[in-house]
Design a binder for this molecule. Structure first.
Ligand SMILES: Nc1ncnc2c1ncn2[C@@H]1O[C@H](COP(=O)(O)OP(=O)(O)O)[C@@H](O)[C@H]1O
Ligand SMILES: [Mg+2]
Length: 462
């Protein structure tokens, strides 16, 4: 029995039973002792009232009258003289009564005294009231009541307690059963739902709608299942796109290598085909490298090693790297950067980001146009903008360009060897730095991509 409902039930049950037992015991002893006290007080009061009568008239007829009155009752009365010699008794005296009569009396006041309270062990409880006339003790009124009466009262009480206790016990069990069932049933359902999820079942249906912790848990499980579903779909889409991406250059490579290996073609033709093969191979290599980077980012193995770097120097390096291709398309790159901006970034990754952005601008800018790289300090944060005068991105596409493998114009992008991973890598790297990327574009006018770093990463500037 390892069920939660059982454990919970046993736990609550034990606690309630202990509390109930303590309460019952307390109540029982209190009630029992007050009942016994009541009986003893009654006995004493009765003895005292006999005594009062006798103090008024202490003669034979009164004595007999008292004895007669008591003979009808369950209790019995014994009246003695001052030396405890029996004068009259309402019933014959048993040995136990005699023994009690023989016991010496010490400090008995006029209001009397309870002699024997041992109702559990002895046959009688007893009380004595002294008869005093004109300051002189002339005898005693002894009252005896069989403990049977007290015991009967206590037995009755015990029986009532047992009955009530039993009912309480049953009610406790039923209440706990319902309660634990009520609490654990949604949990059991959630357990089944998550097992279903693990087995790959699509939909999770949890109808627990209350707004308590269990309701929140159920809601989390539903959210989790939806998220899982979305991830599965994403993975499927991604794999499909990847295989497509890889297949295209491989088809080219295969086709051109077949043609290049043919006999009877000119050296020039062969070189042309080999160049295409080389380009496509580079494309695949780049694609695989990018995918590998993204995979590392997903597994959090992609570490950012931040160091103080001169941002303007970094832009200069990027310019230098890109100058052959800028020359090729006759593009002018204008860099606006204050002499000393020191930022805390991973220089290599940051360079990769700038190269990716610049690469996009070069691909989309018309020949002989301008590209700008501008560094600005805004509100204590450093912003780097790469802007071109290219064809721009339609507004409806703008939200998606950072998604993996997303390209606005597939065929055109392929011409340049793009696979739609560049911007997603930019975004990942910048977010790992704690910064953000903003894209702004208007069709026919150009595109501008801005990277804004965290405040803390701007170390100093002049
Ligand atoms: N400067 C830009 N001008 C116009 N379109 C752009 C620019 N930068 C990115 N894009 C669009 O966003 C898409 C995604 O960019 P990217 O992730 O770098 O992929 P790739 O460059 O491999 O195509 C590109 O295919 C292109 O359609
Ligand atoms: Mg790109």
């Amino acid at each position: 029995m390892n069920k939660l409902s059982f454990k919970l039930g046993v736990f609550i049950f034990t606690i309630i039973i202990i509390v109930e037992a303590i309460l019952f015991l307390f109540l029982y002893t209190n009630l029992a002792s007050s009942r016994v006290e009541e009986v003893l007080e009654n006995l004493l009061a009765r003895g005292n009232s006999h005594r009062d009568v006798l103090e008024k008239r202490f003669d034979e007829s009164t004595l007999n009258h008292v004895a007669l009155m008591e003979s009808e009752a369950e209790s019995l009365v014994v009246i003695t003289d001052e030396n405890k010699e029996v004068i009259v008794n309402s019933e014959p005296l048993s040995s136990e009564i005699k023994a009690l009569l023989d016991e010496p009396l010490t400090d008995v006041s006029h209001s009397g005294k309870v002699l024997d309270e041992e109702w559990r062990t002895s046959q009688y409880v007893a009380a004595v009231s002294p008869i005093t006339i004109e300051g002189e003790k002339i005898g005693y009124v002894y009252m005896f009541s069989p403990t049977m009466a007290v015991q009967r009262v206590i037995n009755q009480l015990t029986n009532q307690f047992l009955l009530v206790g039993f009912i309480a016990f049953l009610l406790t069990i039923v209440a706990i059963f319902i309660l634990s069932h009520f609490i654990t049933r949604p949990l059991v359902r959630m357990k089944k739902a998550t097992e279903g999820l693990a087995e790959g079942r699509e939909q999770v249906n949890l109808s627990y709608k209350h707004n308590d912790e269990l309701g929140q848990l159920a809601q989390s499980i539903v959210t989790l299942s939806n998220e899982l579903e979305r991830l599965k779909q994403d993975r499927k889409d991604f794999l499909a796109s990847i295989s497509h991406e890889l297949r295209t250059p491989l088809t080219y490579i295969k086709g051109y290598s077949t043609i290049a290996s043919r006999t009877g073609i000119t050296e020039e033709e062969r070189n042309h085909y080999l160049t295409i093969i080389k380009e496509e191979t580079e494309h695949v290599t780049q694609l695989v490298k990018n995918l590998f980077d993204l995979a590392k980012m997903d597994q959090n193995e992609f570490t950012i090693d931040k160091r103080p770097v001169s941002l303007c120097d970094l832009l200069g390096k990027v310019h230098e790297k890109m100058s052959p291709i800028l020359l090729e398309y006759d593009l002018a790159l204008h860099i606006t950067c204050d002499t000393k901006v020191i930022v805390n970034v991973d220089a290599e990754r940051f360079q990769q980001v700038l190269l990716n952005l610049l690469d996009n601008s070069i691909k989309h800018a018309p020949p002989h146009s301008n590209i700008y790289m501008i560094v600005q300090i805004k509100g204590g944060r450093v912003a780097v903008t790469v802007r071109d005068e290219g064809e721009g991105i339609p507004e409806s596409e703008l939200p998606f360009i950072f998604e993996r493998l997303y390209r606005v114009d597939k065929s055109r992008s392929r011409e340049f060897g793009g696979s739609g991973l560049g911007l997603s890598i930019v975004k990942e790297i910048i977010e790992k730095h704690g910064g953000e990327v903003q894209a702004r574009s208007s069709l026919g006018e150009g595109t501008s991509m801005t990277i804004v770093l965290k405040k803390e990463d701007l170390l100093s500037y002049e």
